[in-house]
Design a protein around this ligand. Structure first.
Ligand code: FAD
Length: 465
């Protein structure tokens, strides 16, 4: 056997959960070691998730902008897409960001061990690296192993049947693309590829795409997808994919009949599964639920006192900033602080066209929680900046309590919603009221004025509609 090496705080995984937990733990004075199986640091988010998808989405917007806009008087004659360079650009963005994590680890004296970690008992784990095993003991452990795409029957990931990672890294731009699953990842990538000129079909098993969002939001996004030529087929149950000669045939059933369509590639984005198998949880008796998510308390602590779990492997939204938030709390808990998670002001963004950003509660969720709430909505069509940006679609909606007018939620669909939402997350976090927002002077002309205007609507004193 190998001789164990003693460590203090150990973090498994260097995604937005693990790397933020590691940095924060080091800042709080702990000696931290991160174990990462992948050669690159940064997890799904930096390697094959948030960052590369946003790089492709950005290029797809740049391409659309370059194509010109007749109504704005911009006429472009020869605009070309160099796919190799698009892919090189994506790769360079990823490289730069993963290097950034390496820099942060160095700066905070965090050691990195590359290899696959497996728990042996409550105080030790084994790391396998290129067939060599080494055992380490730990004082505290944060598990942040993330998630992987779900495979469905009939669609084994192979060749032209790909997952989101495959779709980000395609070496050739598909002429035709089928995306199975109209969730946020499927719709973001559908929208990017449609902007690039690919003919995209979304097959969605339920009766609507983006089912986590309210209908008036989805309607705006769906219209834009369809304008870009995306065909959305709902209530379509995907059956099988047959990889043929240079193309793939996908069959699905709709209203009891079988249909089939051909494409260059088919991407399955029907959800993700936590990486909680084959890491030795059962060796230690760490409890999981039916979905394989690790059970934790409000500090991220598992049923084993000095072992924590954060990010995609615990309940809640599978989002990078939620993983990071939990990572900070776990690091603080290890440092003996009384910090606990509070998900009341958690934002979520879908980077489609236009962007969707939400924070806190919808009106329906607030009512489910027994709150009496009102809503106030202001359209971007009445916002001078949005109109001059050629982006009049969408709106800001505030959700606030009927009595105190305290903001408990907000939804924005429109240009730059991803950045605008933070003001409202801060509003919820700090207990601000509709009046606080209305009294805050916003610069003119700016998209953020729509937030102030929605507050004016909430006060029953609208200025601009
Ligand atoms: P991960 O980022 O999955 O990192 C886990 C790490 O642990 C990996 O590097 C893995 O190699 C390592 N690991 C696993 N098992 C072991 C082991 N046994 N030993 C050692 N190392 C191990 N979220 C957003 O908030 N915004 C977005 O715009 C967004 N876009 C996305 C787009 C796509 C295409 C995808 C797929 C996801 C996107 N997400 C987005 C979700 C986001 O990527 C995840 O929520 C986030 O990465 C979860 O972070 P994590 O730290 O829990 O795990």
């Amino acid at each position: 056997g190998d001789f164990p090496i003693d460590l203090d705080t150990v973090v498994i995984g260097s995604g937005p959960g693990g790397y933020v937990a590691a940095v924060h733990a080091a800042e709080l004075g702990q000696k931290v070691t991160v174990i990462e199986d992948n050669a690159k640091l940064g997890g799904v988010c930096l390697r094959v998730g948030c960052i590369p998808s946003k790089a492709l989405i950005q290029v797809s917007h740049d391409y659309q902008t370059a194509l010109g806009s007749a109504s704005e008087g911009v006429v472009a004659d020869t605009v070309k897409l160099d796919w190799d360079k698009v892919q090189k650009y994506r790769g360079s963005v990823v490289q730069r960001m993963t290097n950034g994590v390496a820099y942060l680890f160095k700066k905070n004296h965090i050691d990195v061990i590359h290899g696959k970690a497996f728990l042996k008992d409550q105080n030790s784990l084994r790391v396998m690296h290129q067939d060599v095993a080494q055992t380490y003991t730990f004082k505290n452990l944060i598990i942040a192993t993330g998630s992987h795409p779900i495979e469905i029957p009939g669609f084994k990931f192979q060749g032209r049947v790909i997952d989101s990672t495959g779709l980000l890294e395609l070496s050739q731009q598909p002429k035709n693309l089928i995306i199975i699953g109209g969730g946020y990842i499927g719709c973001e990538l559908a929208s990017a590829y449609a902007n690039f000129g690919t003919k995209v079909t979304i097959l969605e098993g339920t009766d609507a795409i983006l089912r986590n969002y309210e209908k008036d939001i989805v309607k705006i996004v769906q219209k834009r997808l369809e304008q870009r030529g995306v065909k959305i087929i709902t209530n379509a149950m995907a059956k099988s994919a047959t990889d043929g000669d240079g193309s793939v045939k996908v069959t699905y059933s709709l209203d009891g009949t079988e249909h089939s369509i051909m494409a260059d590639d088919v991407c399955v984005t029907v959800g993700r599964k936590p990486n909680t198998k084959e890491i030795g949880l059962e060796q230690v008796g760490i409890q999981t639920d039916q979905r394989g998510l690790i059970k934790v308390d409000a500090q991220g602590r598992t049923n084993i006192n000095h072992i924590y779990a954060i990010g995609d492997i615990v309940a809640g939204a599978a989002l990078a900033h939620k993983a990071s938030y939990e990572g900070k709390i776990a690091a603080e808990a290890i440092a003996g602080q009384k910090s606990v998670v509070d998900y009341r002001a958690m934002p979520a963004v879908c980077y489609v066209d236009p962007e969707i950003a939400t924070t806190g509660l919808t009106a329906a969720q607030a009512k489910d929680q027994g709150l009496s709430v009102k809503t106030a909505k202001f359209p971007f069509s009445a916002n001078g900046r949005a109109v001059s940006m050629h982006s009049p679609d969408g709106f800001v909606r505030l959700v606030f309590t009927s009595d105190e007018q305290q903001v408990v939620g907000a939804q924005i669909v429109g240009a730059d919603a991803s950045d605008l939402i933070s003001e409202l997350t801060l509003a919820i976090e700090s207990g601000a009221t509709v009046e606080d927002i209305a009294l805050t002077v916003h610069p003119h002309p700016s998209l953020s004025e729509a937030i102030m205007d929605s507050a004016d609507v909430g006060l029953g004193m609208p200025t601009n509609i």
